[in-house]
Design a protein around this ligand. Structure first.
Ligand code: ATP
Ligand code: MG
Length: 240
């Protein structure tokens, strides 16, 4: 099923509370997008969800199983992948070494055949990575590094994939490629995807549901159609 549920209160830094309360959920085969302008609290919310930002109470469940006490690393081992913003990879390592590193960390017992299959899966999603598998990540374009960062997350065959602004800094064509791949991951792997985005139009083209944040508060949560057809939201928050 892959039903992912998170709720937390008082996400923030030191004495500063950025997101007083938030709950979100996504089921397998569904993509939830968090929208909101700069500083709205999208990154803080995603990081609070995986436990790398302070909260006062946090519950995390996957198919009803209580995972609230697990940290980001332990969640990753439970197939809940977090791909942070900034297309982070090891710049001085090749594409294949970046992927192998993620595999070693998350699935050290994977057999050679399993590794090969996983590499082929991500190379089918992002063919440019196959062509450039010996290239140093740091010498690739932002779009290619984003594809690699997502692929590192895919090494754990995620049941839940959490992404922070995967389109940031990418040329429109690359955004299209990345989002098309996310659509495939969602559908083919029955993965639940939660994604923060500022690229409203592109995000809404692949999302099923949307949550809008403004200054740390949830303005609305609903299906893409509901949100798209609400003139108040369109003008005030979506710039559509
Ligand atoms: N490490 C930090 N320490 C203190 N305050 C922070 C920290 N990170 C973010 N903030 C503050 O929290 C608020 C929300 O930031 P956050 O990064 O969550 O927003 P965002 O919606 O992801 O914005 P963007 O679209 O720019 O990525 C901002 O006011 C920001 O200044
Ligand atoms: Mg952010």
């Amino acid at each position: 099923m892959n039903r992912f549920e998170v709720a937390f209160t008082n996400a923030g830094y030191g004495a500063l509370t950025v997101v007083p309360r938030l709950s979100l959920n996504a089921s397998g085969g569904q993509l939830l997008v968090l929208l909101g302008s700069n500083g709205a609290g999208k990154t803080t919310s995603l990081r609070a969800a995986v436990g790398t930002v302070r909260t006062t109470a946090r519950t995390v469940k996957l198919d009803g199983e209580e995972l609230s006490r697990l940290n980001a690393w332990q969640l990753a081992r439970r197939a809940i992948a977090f791909v942070p913003d900034g297309a982070r990879c090891f710049a001085n390592a090749s594409v294949i070494d970046n992927l192998t590193g993620a595999l070693e960390a998350l699935r050290p017992k994977a057999t050679q055949a399993e590794r090969q299959l996983l590499f082929e899966t991500v190379f089918d999603l992002f063919p440019v990575l196959r062509e450039r598998r010996q290239q140093l990540a740091g010498s690739m374009s932002g779009g290619q590094r984003q594809m690699l960062a997502i692929s590192r997350g895919l090494m754990m065959e995620p049941r839940v994939l959490i992404l922070d602004e995967p389109s940031a800094g990418l040329a429109p064509k690359r955004v299209e490629e990345v989002f098309e791949a996310l659509g495939r991951i969602k559908a083919e792997n029955n993965c639940a995807i939660v994604m923060a985005e500022q690229n409203v139009a592109a995000a809404m083209s692949i999302a099923d549901r949307c949550l809008i944040l403004s200054e740390g508060h949830v303005v609305t949560e609903g299906s893409i159609d509901e949100v798209r057809n609400d003139p108040r939201l369109r003008v005030a928050y979506l710039g559509l």
